[in-house]
Design a binder for this molecule. Structure first.
Ligand SMILES: *[C@@H]1O[C@H](CO)[C@@H](O)[C@H](O)[C@H]1NC(C)=O
Length: 471
């Protein structure tokens, strides 16, 4: 939501909630003061806009005002009041003691929940409400994780995801078993999803859209919780998250859920060889990653999938399990496609993963132990690279980045080309795609390359000419 819209939303939400909860005692409460202050704030950006003629969502003042509105609602106890009223509303509804229509109560509930989450996206508000893990709102959210009402449950999960933006809070929440609670929720909703897939005609305890919504929120929160390294270790060591997330992967068909699932698994794979192995040896999961890697119409999932492969590949450099990435159709081509995404960090990840796979596949034809004897890794790797048009991708990578390619990325790319251009078939593909010409221009245009790097480039150019003979 655009900042100004958020301000207006908060004002309206507070006003509606005050009216609908219509509790006389609230009048003397801080919330009213807060509300009237918001009202005051709401007017000022409009005035500023009018005077300076600034338009659009990036007016610097909007951000500041929005931030102070959120902070004020947190500090003044507005969010806690909303939580208390929501709970009262739920109690009255459960007791059948509600004069309002069901739909009306649902609308109030939704607005209240949206308000809580919007306020929590403010940094200062989030810190205030967490209050070292003893904040009333934080504790209420933890309590709502057990709620049977999906709206409260989703709100709680989204709130936890917001608190989990702070590393030290993540550590505390891990200790408080929040991670396990989130896995419990994921397990339940994933089972709902599976049942809907298997028996589409059966009566549904929950709407499909709700199932996706909860899963999406849970996965985002799980991901945030395992950004800090110590939490990844704990999550991997406990051994529950990886199998659960990996076994869910092949059955997810909502691309938003897939995006968050892939992202959560990637956070778990990071630095955890054991998790990378579990992914590599789970053929169905690996195929699903490859499939999402080619779902170009869904940018989120299609961007996450090859990153997950690249991060897993990095963890598998000390073991034989890299071979599964070569075996499963679509993994290599996802990595090749990742060479031409626009961020150099990701280009570099793709280059490093392909280099590791090249070293392994081209040097040791068969992995030392328990390899399927009839699989030729070298042949497969080369033909997959060629089918993915590796030469064209390398040319595009060099030509579109040229001057702005960081030197380390250039060095890594050269290492990859150095290894692969020794192979005739690959050298021929490079020649066809004019990689040698791009490299020459690249080398001439960059003054910052060392003599060693330049020598390496010239070596690769020569190698492409010498080896790239049509057969
Ligand atoms: C690149 O290779 C092609 C084909 O062998 C050759 O004609 C061309 O001169 C080479 N370019 C450079 C810069 O070496």
């Amino acid at each position: 939501m655009e900042d100004m819209h958020q301000v207006i939303f908060i004002c309206n939400a507070v006003m509606t909630l005050l009216f609908l909860f219509s509790i006389e005692s609230v009048k003397s409460n801080n919330l009213c003061r807060g509300y009237f202050e918001i009202k005051k704030y709401q007017l000022s950006p409009l005035k500023i806009e009018y005077r300076s003629g600034m338009q659009g969502p990036n007016r610097p003042t909007d951000k500041k005002i929005l931030h102070s509105v959120k902070t004020m609602l947190a500090v003044e106890g507005g969010v806690q009041l909303v939580c208390t009223r929501v709970e009262a509303l739920m109690r009255r509804r459960d007791a059948g003691d509600l004069s309002a229509e069901g739909a009306e109560a649902d609308a109030v509930l939704k607005q209240a929940c949206d308000l809580i989450i919007i306020v929590l996206t403010g940094d200062d508000a989030m810190h205030t409400l967490y209050n070292n893990g003893v904040g009333e709102v934080y504790l209420t959210m933890v309590k709502w994780l057990e709620s049977r009402n999906w709206q409260l449950l989703t709100t709680a999960v989204l709130a936890i995801g917001n608190f989990a933006r702070q590393d030290d809070y993540c550590a505390q929440m891990m200790q408080d078993h929040i991670f396990d609670k989130l896995l419990d929720i994921f397990e339940v909703y994933n089972a709902f999803g599976l049942r809907m897939l298997k028996e589409p005609e059966a009566a549904r305890p929950v709407e499909p859209a709700t199932v996706s919504k909860v899963q999406h929120a849970v996965l985002a929160a799980l991901r945030n919780l395992i950004v800090p390294v110590p939490n990844k270790r704990v999550a991997a060591a406990k051994g529950r998250a990886a199998p659960m997330l990996l076994s869910a992967l092949p059955h997810v068909d909502d691309h938003h859920v897939a995006y968050k699932l892939l992202a959560a698994i990637r956070m778990l794979v990071d630095g955890q060889e054991s998790v990378a192995r579990q992914l590599a040896t789970n053929r169905e999961a690996l195929s699903a990653v490859a499939r999402w890697g080619h779902a170009g119409e869904h940018a989120g999932a299609a961007g996450e999938a090859p990153r997950l492969l690249a991060w897993a590949g990095k963890q598998l450099r000390h073991s034989d399990h890299w071979r599964h990435i070569v075996e499963v159709e679509g993994c290599i081509s996802s990595l090749v496609n990742m060479l031409i995404v626009c961020h150099s960090v990701m280009q570099n990840e793709a280059i490093l993963a392909l280099t590791l796979l090249a070293i392994e596949s081209l040097n040791k034809k068969s992995p030392s132990n328990e390899s399927p004897s009839d699989f030729d890794y070298e042949k497969s790797f080369i033909s997959q690279l060629i089918k993915s048009e590796i030469g064209k991708h390398v040319t595009v990578l060099i030509e579109t980045n040229n001057a702005k390619m960081p030197k380390e990325v250039a060095e890594n790319l050269l290492a990859f080309l150095d290894i692969t251009s020794k192979n005739n078939k690959l050298a021929f593909d490079y020649k066809e795609a004019k990689v040698n010409e791009s490299l020459k221009k690249f080398c001439e245009s960059r003054k910052d390359f060392s003599d060693d790097l330049k020598a390496c480039i010239n070596g690769v150019v020569a190698s492409i000419s010498d080896n790239g003979k049509a057969e």
